[in-house]
Write a protein that binds this ligand. Sequence first.
Ligand SMILES: [Fe+2]
Ligand SMILES: [Fe+2]
Ligand SMILES: [Fe+2]
Length: 394
Amino acid sequence: MSNIKLDELLISLSRALDLLSPKVSEHHHRVTLIAMRLGEGLGLSEEDRVKLFRTALFHDIGVVTSKDKLMIMDFFYTASSAHTAYGRTLLNESSFFTDISDLVFHHHDRWLGPNKSEVIKDDIPLISQIVGLADRIEVLLTSDKYILIQQEPILKKISEFTGTWFNPKLIEQLKKSSRPEYFWLDLSDRFLHEKVEALAPGKEVYLSLDDVLSIVQIFTLLVDNKSRFMKTHSQSVHELTMKLAAARNFNDEDLKKIKIASLMHDLGKLSIPDDILEKPSVLTKEEYNIIKRHPYYTCQIIRSVKGLEEISHWASTHHERLNGSGYPFKLKGDDVPLAARIIAVADVFTALHEDRPYRKKLPKEQAIRLLEQQAKQELLDGEIVETLKKVIAD
Ligand SMILES: [Fe+2]
Ligand SMILES: [Fe+2]
Ligand SMILES: [Fe+2]
């Protein structure tokens, strides 16, 4: 039986949503902690607590650009439905999330409206109301001041909107739940992750690799949507990887792992600012150094999930090169796993054959010539480049 835990994967993927800027670090995890404390106090059923947990973990999944991300961190952000609507659309792509997609859609609805969703008061799902309140509390927190000094002013600020933005019943609960100091102390970075893990409700659910695939597909869409130049990148790399892998003797389980690794290879790009991804000229050394962190982040996010260690290794070594000149682990020769060498060939070919902000896409023949050169220089695996030539010719 698989040892991949659903909650571990969800907690880890939620963290990936906050990689972009240190200013918004751990927003989703803190919102989850606050929301779960409120849910406990309100006596929600176990089924509702499961939904609350997941809604909080992914409530801002629809935020695409760095600019949007900073905008929604402003307390007075006037909710445009863009990220809530896109969040709902994305979540509907996986059967694991359809039951929370509407809850995410409503998380910025205000008690008295007006709301784009056209519902107000008790017609707004309670779970969305709780996440919405937790979200506005979280954006008021600052790492510059000791947490217990912030307790009073935050509660005061939130209370000003009782009955207009927030359901009075929830504010009453907030006052009760947040009285003990631990409510606030838990929110500091130091113990946050242990707390989020400990609050995961429901029974332990274990996932098959097909389940993992269904969940991570959403993140592939999210990564590809970050830049118009990558619109289909992960998907295309994935398709080509599978054609190249078919020419080798992988067993079914390994093929599934390669599938997941190729779909997730650029997950860490969620940490790269849009202006770098969209820059219309060649990157500076400093910008290139920022790009270099993406496979490292891919590794960190997936590796923390037990059972996905190998997938994490394959996904995060796609920029390693056989002569040891790649990044970020400086692996060499046979230490670069075969699956990663396949993804690397698919990745380089796909990138050359796609438009970039600073150049048009190269014709296939020219791209192949460049790949052959890279194989000669011991960057890419020559045998895989040969397979690619056959695959492309078919
Ligand atoms: Fe939001
Ligand atoms: Fe949020
Ligand atoms: Fe990459």
